[in-house]
Every structure is written in structure tokens, then in C-alpha cells.
Design a protein around this ligand. Structure first.
Ligand SMILES: Nc1ncnc2c1ncn2[C@@H]1O[C@H](COP(=O)(O)OP(=O)(O)OP(=O)(O)O)[C@@H](O)[C@H]1O
Ligand SMILES: [Mg+2]
Length: 284
């Protein structure tokens, strides 16, 4: 399915999803926002069955930043699609705020490698798209979007078209579009890999600060080991297909400020890099 159609269906379905308030009955604070239990996914294709993921167990705390790394085709995107409710697992389950994920929900925002901004809509018209589709565009949500644009330096560009913006600004606009529907959890699938190296470093720093300031829980899939260490509280390493969890590294870095750029200067950084590199067992 074309990703745009998938994301449109996602937004439409999102409007019907359960709400966070439903899940937090009696204001009871749950310790994990995302729980993945014995998750497995087998695809049926014309060439037979593809065992994409097997026995994945993972619990994510509110506000945590998780990075997932693994060889090509090991099921990373599949894992995000399962967490988002875009597809259903063949075994196991995903819980969000303690409730099993059976469909997509506004609580989860999904950002892909391509920004999927519509070239014929202005930046403002692009960032309100999710609100239009979920029929939640009103004065309050419009003000929220304008505030996001102002806070994150895109207000002056709101009447410009995507083609008039740099790659980094486009990615920021895509993040604001995702944030506009107020998800609790952000899923980012190779969200920065279409950018050149220098822009990518700046954009990861930028996006990381926004995610932290907005107090979101994030799960980022990346091929880039350094990127994963620089952003994550924990890095999950997957094996080759069928993807299983090989190891989970808690990242503890001594640096004055925990931002992606500062993290790269930490003395422990290389140690994590070497360990994860060995675990990924990359042959060139
Ligand atoms: N809809 C589908 N139907 C059949 N097979 C699929 C489908 N989606 C993914 N697969 C297969 O499942 C496996 C895992 O795919 P997935 O895209 O999740 O991997 P990935 O780790 O994200 O890969 P990459 O690193 O290339 O992005 C691959 O072998 C892929 O070909
Ligand atoms: Mg993928």
C-alpha cells in the first residue's frame, strides 16, 4: 500500500481510536506506556510465508527515547507498524497505556523517512492535515498549531510551499504535523536518512529537543549506530530476520547536556558503538 494512503487511512482510523483517558481509568498512572508481549509477525506472500519478527518483548516508560537498530529486512518497520496498530500481529500483543492495540489511535504519531508533505499545500495547510482528517480543526487546535510553528521557527514560513523550504525545515514541518494531533508516542522510521550527513546531525539535534520539550515517548528506527547512541535512553539491537531481540543497551553518557551532538563527545560513546557494531555483525 502507498505510504500516503496508509497514513490517510491511519489518520481516519485514528479519529475512531480509544482515548488516553479511557485507558487511565481512575487516573491510575501506569508504569509502562508501551508493552510488547511475545510479539511475532509472519507475512503471507506469493512466494510463501515470511517470518519477519519472533518473540519480541519490550516495555517502554513514559518519556523514554528508544532506538531500534538491526540488519536490513529484520522487521524494524514491521515492529513500528504493529505498535501503531496499522497491522495486526500473528502472535503476541501490543499494549498502549495498558490497553491492547487493535486499531490505530491518535495516541500514536508515525513519521516516515520521506516527509510526505503535499507540495500543493502551504506549510500551514500541511500541518493542519491530520486535524482536518480527524475533524478536530477548531480555534483551539489552530492556536496550538500556530504556537508549535512559532516555537519551532516555522511561523514565518507558514504560507510558503514545501518546495521553498530546506530538507531540515521540511522534516520539522512533518514533525509539527504529527504533533498537531497531540500523540503521546512518536514512532520514527528512518526519519532522517533522506538527509545529507551535516543536515542530518543538525536535524536530529533539533527534532530531539522538540520531542523532549513536548515530553513525548519516542521509538526511532535507524540504520545508524552513532545516531541511535546519541539519542537513545536504550538501544534495542535486533538479529537478522526473523528479527528477535539480541540485546538491549541502557545508554549512560557523561556529558554536560544530553543532546545528540553533546552525546557524541562523551567518553563512553565509542564503547557503546563498538559493542553494538559487533552485535550487528555487519559484513562488507
Ligand atoms: N506487506 C508485506 N508482505 C510480505 N512481506 C513483507 C511485507 N512487509 C514486509 N515484508 C517482509 O518482511 C521482512 C521485514 O520487513 P521490514 O520492512 O519490517 O524490515 P526492515 O527491518 O524495516 O527493513 P529495512 O532495514 O530495509 O527498512 C522483509 O523480508 C520484508 O520483505
Ligand atoms: Mg524499514
Amino acid at each position: 500500500m502507498h505510504p500516503l494512503i496508509a497514513s490517510l487511512i491511519y489518520y481516519i482510523e485514528s479519529s475512531k481510536g480509544y482515548s488516553v483517558d479511557d485507558a487511565r481509568e481512575g487516573d491510575e498512572k501506569l508504569s509502562y506506556i508501551v508493552e510488547v508481549h511475545n510479539l511475532g509477525m509472519k507475512y503471507q506472500s506469493l512466494n510463501g510465508e515470511i517470518n519477519a519478527l519472533e518473540n519480541i518483548n519490550l516495555s517502554v516508560k513514559e518519556g523514554e527515547f528508544i532506538c531500534i537498530v538491526g540488519p536490513s529486512g529484520c522487521g524494524k518497520s514491521t515492529l513500528l507498524s504493529l505498535i501503531s496498530g496499522l497491522i495486526m500481529p500473528t502472535s503476541g500483543k501490543v499494549l498502549i497505556n495498558g490497553k491492547e492495540v487493535l486499531k490505530t489511535s491518535c495516541d500514536v504519531g508515525y513519521m516516515l523517512q520521506k516527509d510526505h508533505l503535499f507540495e500543493w499545500r502551504t506549510i500551514y495547510e500541511n500541518v493542519i492535515l491530520g486535524l482536518e482528517i480527524t475533524k478536530t480543526l477548531n480555534q483551539e487546535t489552530k492556536n496550538y498549531v500556530l504556537e508549535l510553528l512559532r516555537t519551532y521557527g516555522l511561523f514565518e514560513f507558514k504560507d510558503k510551499y514545501p518546495g521553498q523550504l530546506s530538507g531540515g525545515m521540511r522534516q520539522r514541518a512533518a514533525l509539527i504535523r504529527t504533533l498537531a494531533v497531540r500523540p503521546q508516542i512518536l514512532l520514527l522510521d528512518e526519519a532522517f536518512s533522506a538527509l545529507d550527513y551535516q543536515t542530518r546531525l543538525a536535524v536530529t539535534d533539533d527534532i530531539y529537543r522538540i520531542i523532549k520539550k513536548e515530553n513525548k515517548t519516542a521509538i526511532l528506527v535507524t540504520h545508524d549506530i552513532a545516531e541511535s547512541i546519541s539519542m537513545a535512553d536504550r538501544v534495542v539491537v535486533l538479529t537478522k530476520r526473523p528479527g528477535t531481540i539480541k540485546n538491549i543497551h541502557e545508554i549512560k553518557l557523561s556529558c554536560p547536556e544530553r543532546t545528540p551532538l553533546c552525546s557524541r563527545e562523551a567518553p563512553e560513546f565509542r564503547h557503546y558503538f563498538n559493542k553494538i557494531w559487533k552485535e550487528l555483525d555487519v559484513h562488507v
